[in-house]
Design a protein around this ligand. Structure first.
Ligand code: ADP
Length: 164
């Protein structure tokens, strides 16, 4: 039984994340998507909202579960009995940071491997930050997120008022 975790902020989940989830779920027996609660930057969506959105868009994937977690990624992996951490690599800019995280995680627990999946080309420059920026100006984000997430973004920014 090969179980992997896919950790991230998912604020909110994008089609780039979903591409990684689908592909990772195709090569492992079970994938646990871990939504990180303790981020230093204030997220737009609460932890509950982020988990719910992910659950809805992965509902069709039988071997995918979504949980929230706090603290070290390696500890979350251990708590799930997972030996693999999945991460997505976009452009070279991700490389440096992801290498650092992976090397550090291996120092913390040498039994845990990081598995990188290269992003689909159409998502190579997509990030939650860009999606939020666009949505804050009322731009159409339907090429980047599911309809469900697009609606949640519209609602969030309608409640917040126009971006300054
Ligand atoms: P974090 O704050 O941990 O980087 P993110 O939610 O931004 O959390 O990203 C989680 C993971 O998904 C990271 O491995 C990141 O590189 C990857 N990722 C983010 N956006 C994309 C994308 N468009 N395509 C593929 N992977 C992505």
């Amino acid at each position: 039984m090969i179980r992997a975790i896919y950790p991230g902020s998912f604020d909110p989940v994008t089609l780039g994340h979903l591409d990684i989830i689908r592909r990772a779920a195709g090569v492992v027996d079970e994938l646990v998507v871990g939504v990180l609660t303790n981020k230093s930057k204030r997220p737009l969506f609460s932890i509950g909202e982020r988990v719910e959105m992910l659950k809805r868009c992965t509902a069709g994937l039988e071997n995918v579960r979504v949980l929230s977690f706090d603290g070290l990624t390696v500890e979350f992996a251990r708590s799930q009995d997972a030996r693999i951490i999945v991460r997505g690599l976009r452009a070279v800019t991700d490389f440096e940071v992801e290498m650092q995280i992976a090397q550090n995680n291996r120092i913390v627990d040498h039994n845990i491997e990081t598995m990188f999946l290269t992003t689909g080309l159409q998502y190579a420059y997509l990030s939650s930050t860009i999606v939020k920026e666009m949505a804050s100006y009322g731009a159409d984000v339907s090429n980047f997120v599911t309809p469900d997430v697009a609606a949640a973004l519209a609602e969030k920014f309608a409640a917040k008022g126009p971006a300054e």
